[in-house]
Design a protein around this ligand. Structure first.
Ligand code: ATP
Ligand code: MG
Length: 599
């Protein structure tokens, strides 16, 4: 491609809208353009990168026997009603864009494709002889993200590779899942990324085991906890650990104490001169279910620990049927306003005890009349603990389960693991924290969708049983930007060769010098003839501008037809380390061929 003919606009200034380096650089180097919130145009350079990533994905997926297809982006709401996700996706999470057609029928714009693919499997898979199957597509997804940001990292429209496997049983699903895990590692390695696989929460997609692929970067939105021996890594949402041991309580007698102005753990512990590990903290939540029921939840957890909202959401989602509901719509900490909705009297917030009376709840049919009391595992073995008294300005000390308080029936793990906690697999190791960008996610879904939607097959014994499913996603456009986040310097982007938009750029310092222009033109043709992807900077610009642009755009190898021509050489600069060497003109093509072959 001749740059004189290209639609390319590079910017010297950093655009104000971009906060992180990869976003700034993709805008500055003319790869993307913002069209609206979370909506980006992939300009020609970007589109080449995305196609390269897609090609690597295709090659590796095809090598496993997976088959490419393309599913509709407009999806009838009926399919989502069948799986029970219409409400959660359009209302609770609100992540799905929905439209109404001229016949007043409701449709959703695909944020993911479990429903569509399960409907296909239901019609076309009859017998165990057809199994296993794995279908994938590379396509634009739509998600009405709460906070679209960081350019392609969190768009409202983005490109994803999603694959769905159908297996005869859990065993076979595990095989496909681990084949996909290996394939993901190969794909990411080929793209030139350094990454970590971590245990993950399955979220609204559902299912049991799931694993995410994280590109470690300071600007990543996810937090990863890991151990240095490489044996444990998990998303913070999912991570487990052994908390620090509790200190002995300084109190041995049960009594009520005046503790004025101590609504927080810090103020209380300072006042009483005790450790937060000796306190039982009681945190109030409002859980809203899909048919409109409100359940007040009181979580008792050790004072030095915090509730992990994702874990709590999972616990409460599982309890939906207990309240005659299908799904949890929302979880929040009640504010003054919210309390007015259901509180029968002013709550002693900051001084709550595990036995806060149910008479604090107004008797209303859309509100569950009793608190759901949950005890996190951390409070189980506390002795002589300190906790609230349900009276503002007072706490009790020296309390014990079974004496002054009844331990809640439900003991759960809703604690957020923290850096420096001990690792479960080896308590001599301590967890470390790193930030990551989630570029891929694989799930064992099991029979969640097949059961709900009636996708069954006849097994070897002649029984009709539900298909086991897995799903496997890679954020193609996010991966492209995550690569930049890992591969840049002060001068611009430094693409790994495998996904660079072009492999080589020929910079002609002075296009009005006929010798320079002629040699560059010949080189350009020679490189194209051997199948290389080449940019020829034949613009009538100052040399400095061209060098700056070449660095910014980040093409792996730059050939300069400048001063070294006098000795019959071309200067070859490697973008990644800016190293430069002179290579005889007639050896340039073969040298580059060799370098690329070695990559
Ligand atoms: P996140 O937790 O970041 O919101 P997710 O867990 O909802 O992502 P999945 O449903 O697992 O995402 O989708 C598969 C992949 O698609 C993700 O691993 C990620 O790489 C990519 N992806 C998801 N949401 C977006 C988005 N809004 N913009 C760009 N890529 C996305
Ligand atoms: Mg995910």
């Amino acid at each position: 491609m001749r740059m004189s003919q290209m639609l390319l606009q590079t910017l010297r200034e950093t655009p104000a809208e971009a906060e992180i380096p990869s976003h700034q650089l993709l805008l500055r180097a003319g790869y993307i353009r913002r069209i609206g919130s979370g909506l980006y145009a992939y300009l020609p350079l970007m589109w080449r990168v995305l196609n390269k990533i897609s090609q690597i994905i295709r090659e590796e997926m095809n090598a496993t026997g997976a088959q490419e297809c393309l599913l509709p982006q407009l999806q009838p709401s009926e399919l989502w009603q069948e799986s029970g996700r219409w409400e959660t996706y359009t209302k609770a999470e609100g992540i799905m864009f929905s439209v109404i057609d001229r016949q007043e029928r409701q449709l959703g714009l695909g944020p993911t494709h479990e429903e569509v693919i399960t409907a296909i499997a239901r019609d076309s898979i009859r017998s165990y002889r057809q199994l296993p199957q794995n279908l994938y597509q590379i396509q634009t997804k739509f998600r009405d993200e709460i906070r679209p940001r960081f350019g392609l990292m969190r768009g409202r429209e983005f490109i994803m590779k999603d694959a769905y496997s159908f297996n005869a049983d859990a065993e076979s699903l595990k095989e496909t899942y681990s084949l996909m895990a290996q394939t993901y590692e190969t794909i990411l390695r080929r793209c030139g990324l350094s990454f970590t696989a971590v245990e993950a929460d399955s979220g609204a997609i559902g299912g049991s085991a799931s694993q995410e692929y994280m590109v470690l970067a300071e600007t990543g939105e996810d937090e990863v906890l890991y151990t240095e021996d490489g044996k444990y890594a998990a998303n913070l949402e999912k991570a487990v650990s052994i908390p620090p041991d509790a200190d002995p309580s300084p109190f041995s007698q049960y009594e009520k104490r005046d503790t004025p102005n101590t609504p927080t753990i810090a103020t209380l512990c300072k006042f009483l001169g005790c450790s937060p590990t000796t306190v039982v903290k009681n945190v109030l939540y409002e859980a809203t279910y899909d048919n409109g029921k409100l359940v007040l939840v009181l979580v008792s957890i050790r004072g030095d620990q915090d509730v992990n909202d994702v874990k709590l959401t999972n616990v409460l989602s599982e309890m939906a049927s207990h309240y005659g509901e299908n799904a949890l719509l929302g979880l929040n900490v009640p504010d003054e306003q919210a309390q007015k909705k259901w509180a029968a009297q002013a709550l002693p917030l900051g001084y709550l005890a595990p036995d806060l009376g149910d008479d604090y709840i107004q008797s209303r049919k859309d509100v569950e009349p009793k608190f759901l009391r949950l005890a996190d595992e951390t409070v189980l073995n506390l002795k002589n603990f300190i906790t609230g008294s349900n009276e503002t300005g007072c706490h009790v000390v020296g309390a014990n389960w079974g004496d002054q308080f009844t331990l809640p029936d439900q003991v759960v793990d809703v604690r957020e693991a923290q850096a420096r906690d001990r690792a479960v697999h080896d308590p001599s190791q301590h967890l470390k924290m790193a930030r990551g960008i989630e570029v891929g996610h694989i799930f064992q879904l099991g029979t969640k969708y097949s059961q709900a939607m009636g996708a069954t097959y006849t097994n070897e014994q002649g029984e009709n049983v539900p298909l086991h499913m897995g799903c496997y996603g890679i954020g193609v456009s996010r991966l492209a930007q995550a690569t930049v986040e890992q591969c840049y310097d002060d001068d611009g982007i430094a693409w790994p060769v495998a996904i660079a938009p072009y492999q080589v750029i020929i910079t002609v310092p002075n296009i009005t010098d006929p010798q320079q222009a002629k040699i560059a033109e010949n080189l350009y043709q020679d490189l194209l003839n051997v199948g290389m992807e080449v940019l020829l900077d034949d613009r009538d610009e100052r040399a400095g501008v061209k060098f700056k642009d070449a660095d910014l755009i980040g093409i792996p190898y730059r050939l300069v037809t400048g001063r070294s021509l006098k000795e019959g050489n071309v200067e070859v600069v490697t973008r990644a380390d800016q190293s430069s060497q002179d290579i005889p003109l007639e050896e340039v093509v073969t040298t580059l061929q060799q370098w690329l072959a070695n990559k």
